[in-house]
Design a protein around this ligand. Structure first.
Ligand SMILES: NC(=O)c1ccc[n+]([C@@H]2O[C@H](COP(=O)([O-])OP(=O)(O)OC[C@H]3O[C@@H](n4cnc5c(N)ncnc54)[C@H](O)[C@@H]3O)[C@@H](O)[C@H]2O)c1
Length: 245
């Protein structure tokens, strides 16, 4: 720890495990005061304890609960300087079988929850004339993918939403960027992976491997630091070269 984020009040949604958990730990490791918002009570409490942060239980697909929990988190922190939206879900469905309820289920957490947390955070960031917003999209936002149309569309929406935030809140000193990881072997989609599939993914990267949670957390940390203060409206690939646009 070098203390580069000491005093930075930080909210991480989906920080109970996986990529969000690693980002929460990385930012806390630099001294950030972190509140995790997640629906997984055991994992969220454990992660918060490990990093010296706090945890609030919330199902972010419920708009009222999402707003109330974010307001509570801002209150606990006494404001918010950094908001990282990681909470999300994946689904693999053939397009002809994709139901409206499945589509809505993905968009409710992957996109709409993000809108709510950003609106609440902005009430604190705009008067303070500073803030960093970091939203988890996916390389699926840029390339799409067979059997993941709803997921890819929701992540493309994240990229467009984040760009719009950058334009609208930039004059208030707020930056907003999205991160587009490639494949990371977290719990997400664990049941849909075979060794053959993983090998085919590894072969897609010029680096010959998949992303780790640390690969993604390193980019999130950079986007939270003063060094990245002139970056906004961008969608950063963390794909080992699988996607380059
Ligand atoms: N794993 C990958 O390959 C990959 C690739 C690209 C992008 N992403 C994105 O990164 C983010 C984190 O994914 P991950 O791989 O760490 O998955 P994960 O399943 O390990 O973590 C997701 C977290 O979000 C939380 N969450 C989900 N729905 C919630 C809800 N309704 N309310 C509150 N919390 C909720 C979960 O409890 C969990 O802690 C997601 O937005 C995902 O789409 C992941």
């Amino acid at each position: 720890m070098t203390g580069r984020l000491v005093g930075h009040r930080t909210i991480v949604t989906g920080g109970a495990r996986g990529i969000g958990g690693r980002i929460a730990a990385t930012l806390a490791g630099e001294g950030a005061d972190v509140v995790i918002l997640d629906r997984l009570v055991a994992e969220g409490s454990h992660c918060a304890k490990e990093i010296g942060g706090r945890y609030l239980e919330v199902d972010l697909t419920d708009a009222e609960s999402a707003e109330a929990a974010t307001i509570e988190a801002v209150g606990l922190l006494g404001g918010v300087d950094i908001l990282v939206n990681c909470a999300g879900i994946f689904s693999r469905t053939e397009l002809v079988d994709l139901t409206i309820s499945e589509w809505d289920r993905l968009f409710a957490i992957n996109v709409r929850a993000m809108l709510t947390t950003m609106q609440v955070a902005a009430r604190s960031m705009i008067p303070a004339k500073t803030g960093r917003i970091i939203n988890l999209a996916s390389m699926a936002a840029k390339k799409g993918g067979a059997h993941e149309a709803a997921y890819a569309a929701s992540k493309a929406a994240v990229v467009a939403l984040t760009r719009s935030v950058a334009y609208e809140w930039g004059p208030h000193g707020i930056t907003a960027n999205s991160i587009c990881p490639g494949y990371v072997l977290t719990e997400m989609g664990a049941g849909t992976r075979t060794p053959e599939l993983i090998a085919s993914w590894e072969a897609m990267s010029p680096l010959g491997r998949l992303a780790t949670t640390d690969d993604v957390a390193g980019v999130a940390l950079f986007l939270a630091l003063p060094a990245s203060g002139y970056l906004t409206g961008q969608a950063f690939n963390v794909t080992g070269g699988m996607v380059t646009h």
